[in-house]
Design a protein around this ligand. Structure first.
Ligand code: IPE
Ligand code: IPE
Ligand code: MG
Length: 241
């Protein structure tokens, strides 16, 4: 049987379970988010060292605004501190930082730090680290449809020209490859509106480990499992062709 021996080019992670991690330890939820930021650093470093081309992290969903204002404020503060605090690390690991989502709706101070980090790292040649911020998969598709409709309305695009390839050009991820491996921590078997278009053929890996406990060895385990899988993309196994 032919297997996929390669490491994934693009890993996407739904970083879940910060709250549960904190509750299990008797801490307030925010401690879980703080510890989660440490996992972000370790996993980013590990992926960069493994020459993974892209790591996309689901950090804040469009639906996360439903949380109490206090938690949202703390998460935004943590994000800002992370952006400032990781600049050296990003530089040293030759990482290019990007972001997807409805970025314009983020707080001004977060946007400023994000802009600085992206600008500073834009010519780096190593791994791309993409933060999904205020991201929703359905919103991404709706935003693409609106942009396409605008092009059609102004006569710049014919309806007949709309293919999967053209559609992709209007997504936030237009310049990225699709994820090969999607990891979700903390055990839930759901997608929670993450990269709906892009994960159509991603390999899924769900671990019960909560995000603050997710370390290099868990990443290795996921990558090893990925290597054993046979990706067929709707075709047949090698032995039948
Ligand atoms: C993930 O952890 C972090 C964000 C969604 C921002 P959660 O905060 O969702 O943790 P649980 O799911 O409540 O354990
Ligand atoms: C998904 O986690 C979003 C992020 C990791 C940023 P959630 O905790 O928001 O997802 P649900 O509510 O369990 O589906
Ligand atoms: Mg959660």
């Amino acid at each position: 049987m032919s297997t996929n021996e390669n490491v994934p080019s693009h890993i996407a992670i739904i970083m879940d379970g910060n709250g549960r991690w904190a509750r299990q330890k008797g801490f307030i939820r925010f401690r879980g988010h703080e510890e989660g930021a440490k996992s972000v650093r370790e996993i980013t470093r590990a992926c960069a060292k493994k020459k993974i081309k892209q790591l996309t992290l689901y950090a804040f969903s469009l639906e996360n605004w439903k949380r109490p204002q206090r938690e949202i404020n703390l998460l935004m503060k943590l994000l800002k501190d992370y952006l400032i605090g990781e600049r050296n690390e990003i530089r040293e690991n030759d990482i290019r930082l990007t972001a997807i989502g409805r970025i314009s709706a983020l707080p001004e101070d977060v946007k400023r730090e994000l802009r600085i980090s992206m600008e500073e790292s834009k010519n780096n040649k190593g791994m791309t680290l993409c933060l999904a911020l205020n991201y929703g998969g359905r919103a991404e598709i709706v935003d693409a449809v609106k942009a396409i409709a605008e092009q059609v309305k102004t006569g710049k695009l014919n309806v007949g020209e709309i293919t999967e390839e053209t559609f992709k050009k209007y997504l936030y991820t237009h310049d990225m490859i699709d994820p090969d491996l999607l990891i979700r921590t903390a055990g839930e078997m759901r997608i929670s509106n993450f990269l709906l278009w892009e994960i159509s053929y991603a390999e899924l890996w769900v671990t019960p480990v909560c995000w603050p406990d997710f370390k290099k060895e868990h990443l290795e385990e996921a990558i090893k499992d990925y290597a054993r899988r046979e990706r067929r993309f709707g075709g047949l196994r090698g032995e039948y062709t």
